[in-house]
Design a binder for this molecule. Structure first.
Ligand code: GAR
Length: 197
């Protein structure tokens, strides 16, 4: 059974999808804790499943490194096999990435390496592309630049707004994430090998 710590910053719809998947006895993963950099709205999903949460706010620490050390301490006390950044909107300090990668993945609402960063959906729309997508990557020290684990295209439709496009991308992200965690658990995806390539 693959144990997961999931980090969020917002509503946690990807987290909810993972929790629903993990609720199936046949699914080979379990969320052991959910963390955030704030009192995230998405904690409600964890609470519904009785899963512990922790919050480590950057503003409570003198610098990003000290914040990262505390976040890492909180994560490591759960001894997760895999850490999932699922709408976690802060960049992790290199020390944290070095400690967790390659069993550290991130979901992103664009077809990387297209449109990295905090505004992947907005940037795709502004670029006027006909299609964007969703990606799961191994986190490295770049911004959304790590090895791609899974991705799928999503069309941009006439009249799309950032919100409507994001709402169409999110179900694809959820499917990719649930599938990726399954494949990591059953050995079909080898994150260490992907990170070495
Ligand atoms: C997701 O679309 C995720 O890919 C994105 O934030 C959303 C969180 O939704 N993350 C990024 O843009 C990271 N660069 P959720 O809180 O409902 O899961």
């Amino acid at each position: 059974m693959l144990s997961l710590v999931v980090l969020i910053s917002g509503g946690g719809s990807n987290l909810r999808a993972l929790l629903e998947a993990c609720d199936d006895a046949e699914y080979p993963a379990r969320v052991v804790a959910v963390g955030a950099d704030r009192d995230a709205e998405g904690f409600e999903h964890a609470e519904r499943y009785g899963i512990p949460t922790f919050s480590v706010a950057l503003s409570s620490y003198p610098d990003r490194e000290t914040w990262g050390d505390e976040l890492l301490r909180q994560i490591e006390q759960w001894h997760p096999d895999l850490v999932v950044l699922s709408g976690f909107m802060k960049l992790l300090p290199p020390r944290v990435i070095a400690a967790l990668s390659p069993t550290l993945i991130n979901t992103h609402p664009a077809y990387l390496p297209e449109f990295p960063g905090a505004h992947g959906v907005r940037d795709a729309l502004a670029a006027g592309v006909a299609q964007t997508g969703a990606s799961i990557i191994v986190v490295d020290n770049g911004v959304d630049a790590g090895p791609i684990v899974a991705q799928r295209r999503v069309p941009v439709l006439p009249g799309d707004t950032e919100a409507s496009l994001h709402e169409r991308i999110k179900p694809v992200e959820r499917e990719l994430l649930v599938r990726t965690v399954l494949d990591v658990a059953n050995g079909a995806i080898d994150l260490a090998a992907l990170a070495r390539d």
